[in-house]
Design a protein around this ligand. Structure first.
Ligand code: AMP
Ligand code: ZN
Length: 469
């Protein structure tokens, strides 16, 4: 498997530190607002990296942090008139909700900056003691000249940064590119006690400390979109090197932007659509397809037209599965033939080449086409359906086949199920528990499973019942 490493600017053979396991850290959101569909591109792509690595047989530990203290949260707290902690709480809940709606698997852990203040102070103290950091009026800065190869990730040179940063004259800094490790609190701001007075840690320290705490001094993959290469990831590396002599991650992966009319979608440019709003208009899998049909390092222009086409393409996958009655055959044993194994080979070759999802999706198309092809023997079509689902799942599709394929029941069958649910609700109101249970159990025998939720009774097809089309 090859991965493009920003650090070496080449596609490198991927060799994890511990064979068979991958430890990865993806920079997460600053939780001061709902995330936009540009952020979603990055979150969703690394969800695919994780899924594919698992498909390829690796045990993956996936960490994504939540930046819950930052200037942006403080400003938002003033704007909404609620404490910073409540801003964080609100948008963390929204982050989990929207990520789940996008079909993104939850990380193994989501460390929060505010839970790591003590450890961050510890790291800053060590850097100060060792001569990598210095204090000025309650702020603490990292000295970029104190390490040998500052700029290795972004390709920037300390001398050039001098010129670029001169406009933002900060007389406290020894070098204009020195970055903040600790920031003294202004009146009314959230603050923590420290050897330099009350204040809060800077963003770049957070990810070094949390990744080290959860994944060790060196792990396999560190990721984000390209805007994080500089300064964020560069500054992380500087601190890691200053404290252990090691770059903390081996492979640095960066995704391209979602643009809108050629410009990066971003909150500051006010040219964004919230993921939750887009999800009201399009299916999550259509959005996934839209992103994956381009290579992750290429920019993508937001296009409703193409999302619409993506929705059609996803429907086509489902219709192939419906045609072959996939729910009816999914648990049956099967052995793939050379034609399906060939598709699997093409799929893994594409994905092993720096996650070429665009080519991988083309293979899914082929599988769907063959599953639909009436001139193939039915067993062969079923096997194409199996390989379609296998590959699709490795990209995060087909997470809820029962739900998606239950429309395979005809309308009358669905109405009948609804009718039985109504009778059961009536029976329960009359405390006729025996009847309520009987309805549930009899439906279950037919492969229809009922589930009582706060919003009423839901149903799903466990397996395709014989009498239904
Ligand atoms: P933020 O909450 O701004 O720190 O961003 C969270 C993640 O989204 C980071 O990995 C960013 O690099 C990424 N990101 C921000 N804007 C975009 C965009 N327009 N396209 C793709 N990724 C983005
Ligand atoms: Zn980070």
């Amino acid at each position: 498997m090859k991965i493009y490493n920003t650090l070496t600017r080449t596609k490198e053979e991927f060799t994890p530190i511990t064979p068979g396991t991958v430890k990865m850290y993806v920079c997460g959101p600053t939780v001061y607002n709902y995330f936009h569909i540009g952020n979603a591109r990055t979150f969703l792509f690394f969800d695919v990296v994780r899924r594919y690595l698992q498909y390829a047989g690796y045990t993956v530990t996936y960490i994504q942090n939540l930046t819950d203290i930052d200037d942006k949260l403080i400003n938002q707290s003033i704007a909404e008139g609620i404490p910073v902690a409540d801003i964080a709480k609100k948008y963390i809940a929204a982050f989990f909700q929207d990520a789940a709606a996008l079909g993104i698997q939850p990380a193994d852990q989501n460390p929060r900056a505010t839970e790591y203040i003590g450890k961050m102070i510890g790291l800053i103290k060590k850097m100060e003691a060792d001569g990598y950091a210095y204090e000025a009026n309650g702020d603490v800065y990292f000295s970029v000249e104190s390490i040998a190869d500052y700029g290795a990730l972004s390709g920037k040179k300390v001398e050039d940064l001098q010129v670029g940063a001169r406009v933002e004259a900060n007389t406290q800094k020894r070098h204009p590119a020195d970055f903040t490790l600790w920031k003294a609190a202004k009146p009314g701001e959230p603050k923590w006690k420290s050897p330099w007075g009350e204040g809060r840690p800077g963003w770049h320290t957070e990810c070094v400390v949390m990744s080290r705490d959860l994944l060790g001094e060196q792990f396999d993959i560190h990721a984000g979109a390209i805007d994080l290469i500089f300064p964020h990831h560069e500054n992380e590396i500087a601190q890691a090197k200053a404290t252990t002599g090691l770059n903390h991650a081996r492979y640095w992966m960066h995704g391209g932007f979602l643009n809108i009319e050629g410009e990066k979608m971003s909150k500051s440019l006010d040219n964004f659509f919230l993921a939750r709003d887009i999800l009201k208009q399009y299916d999550a899998e259509a959005i996934r397809f839209f992103f994956l049909s381009k290579h992750y390092r290429s920019p993508i222009d937001f296009s409703r037209e193409i999302i619409h086409e993506s929705a059609q393409a996803v429907k086509n996958f489902y219709s192939a599965l419906e045609d072959i009655d996939y729910l009816g055959i999914r648990d049956a044993a099967y052995t793939l033939d050379a034609v399906q194994l060939e598709l699997r080979e093409q799929f893994t070759t594409a994905m092993d080449d720096d996650f070429n999802t665009a080519r991988a999706i083309a293979v899914l198309f082929d599988a769907a086409k063959q599953a639909k092809n009436q001139s193939n023997p039915v067993e062969s079509r079923q096997k194409f359906a199996h390989i379609l689902v296998e590959m699709g799942r490795a990209l995060g599709f087909f997470g809820n086949l029962d739900e998606k394929l239950k429309t395979n029941l005809n309308e009358t069958a669905e109405q009948l199920i609804q009718l039985f649910i109504t009778y059961r609700t009536e029976a329960k109101k009359q405390k006729n528990w025996a009847m309520a249970d009987r309805i549930r159990d009899d439906l279950k025998k037919l492969g229809i499973q009922l589930k009582d939720t706060p919003n009423g009774t839901e149903w799903k097809v466990e397996k395709q019942a014989d009498f239904l089309p």
